[in-house]
Design a protein around this ligand. Sequence first.
Ligand code: C2E
Ligand code: MG
Ligand code: MG
Ligand code: MG
Length: 275
Amino acid sequence: KAKAEKRGSYVVFGEGFEQELQQRLKTTIELRHCIELNELRIEYQPQFCLKTKEMSGVEALVRWHHQGQLISPVVFIPIAEKSGLIITIGAWILEQACRQQVSWFQETGRSLRVAVNVSVRQLVDPGFLNTLDSILSRTGIDPVQLELEITESMMMNDQSQMILILQAIQDRGVTIAIDDFGTGYSSLKYLQELPVNRLKIDRTFVSSMSASVKDQQLVKLMIEMGHLVDLTLIAEGVEEESEGELLSTLGCDEAQGYFYSRPQPANIITQMLTG
Ligand code: C2E
Ligand code: MG
Ligand code: MG
Ligand code: MG
């Protein structure tokens, strides 16, 4: 942890800061080889339709197994973004997830929607649409079964550029979900203008909803607001049965969370689909 001490208008960094910089540099260098060393794995967390209770899709979540440790995407994705490595790593993840979707279809006959998290750094890269097109054609996935998740706070950057990119993605049949919805600053007007299909209600609302009437009303409002502009709603971070029931009562369409299932290796999803 960095030790920053404020002295007057100066910020004096202690040894911890230097150590952290060095650690980040080391991680960046090691991250460069994660694909060729076969250190990345993708887990898939099931998403369920609250009406039918059926699995409606999965979210792909990357894991980095490095030198005997499991490094969280919360730690290495920001480093991959800053260093630009997210372009190659992100393309690799997207391709794996699309391949897996096609395998599930071939093995089980079920065409499952697969959602892939995409960083804004990837999206605004001039090569992104080309990458997407080659992945779509190489894997043969039905584009309608692919969803890209973009974090709400990242959507704020350059709205007109963002609208063009999202529109181009939708033109290919691929759908868009806004991740961590409610933590950014989306206005109703903005939501109506953006080419998006789904809102993912952030788990902070889901976990506070049961204890706070205000938060419950907020979730209800998000669902109504989303439906008003023809968006589908999914809640993330459902850990209790009662939360799922409440969300269902409030009109939420889908849910995911530890209560239903933790993120799983692909073969476990295959078992869930066939079992
Ligand atoms: P996210 O996209 O919002 O993903 C949801 C996170 O919540 C995941 O953490 C998931 O494992 C966790 N989660 C799921 N259900 C529950 C629950 O019931 N309770 C709690 N407490 N947590 C739950 P994970 O896998 O560590 O990923 C963290 C973040 O890292 C993701 O947040 C996403 O922003 C990023 N990330 C993960 N994989 C990728 C990727 O392939 N590409 C990019 N660009 N970002 C990724
Ligand atoms: Mg996500
Ligand atoms: Mg999320
Ligand atoms: Mg979240």
